[in-house]
Write a protein that binds this ligand. Sequence first.
Ligand SMILES: [Zn+2]
Length: 81
Amino acid sequence: MACKACSSENQANFSGELTVAFPGVQRLNLAPIYVCQKTLVCLDCGYTELVFPATELEKLRKGMKGYHSNVQFATEHSRLL
Ligand SMILES: [Zn+2]
C-alpha cells in the first residue's frame, strides 16, 4: 500500500508510543491518553498511521463528549487499511 500523503512505497511498521492531549481549555483537567501501538511510517515524508485500540478510543470519545465537535484533536490519527 502506498503512502497516503506522497504515494511512496517506502513504508515500514514500527512499535510506537503516543500521548494524546485533549484540545481546549475546558479539557485541561482530563488526563492525556497513552497508547502503545504498531505504526506505519513513510520513510520518505514521515506520514504516520496508527489504529487506536478500542479501550483508548472510548476514552477519547468520553473526553470529547459534551463539547462542540468542531475542535480538532491535538494529534492527527487515522486507520490502517
Ligand atoms: Zn509519504
